[in-house]
Design a protein. Structure first.
Length: 66
């Protein structure tokens, strides 16, 4: 399914970058919620850390598919 998304946005690199960063931030925020609820941490804090890591991961994905 991810390959279909990549092929769909192959011609538009800026859209591909936004897509990968958006997916990364969403996954990171979801993981932050899960980790925050397991370890009873501040949820907003773990969401922000997860979204930051997802932003980094999205830019790494963008570099891989350049």
């Amino acid at each position: 399914m991810l390959r279909l998304l990549i092929y769909k946005f192959e011609g538009e690199k800026s859209n591909m970058f936004q897509l990968s960063v958006g997916i990364g931030v969403a996954i990171g925020a979801g993981v932050g919620i899960i980790i925050g609820s397991i370890f009873n941490l501040n949820i907003a804090f773990t969401i922000s850390i997860g979204a930051g890591l997802g932003l980094i991961g999205g830019s790494v994905i963008k570099m891989l598919f350049r």
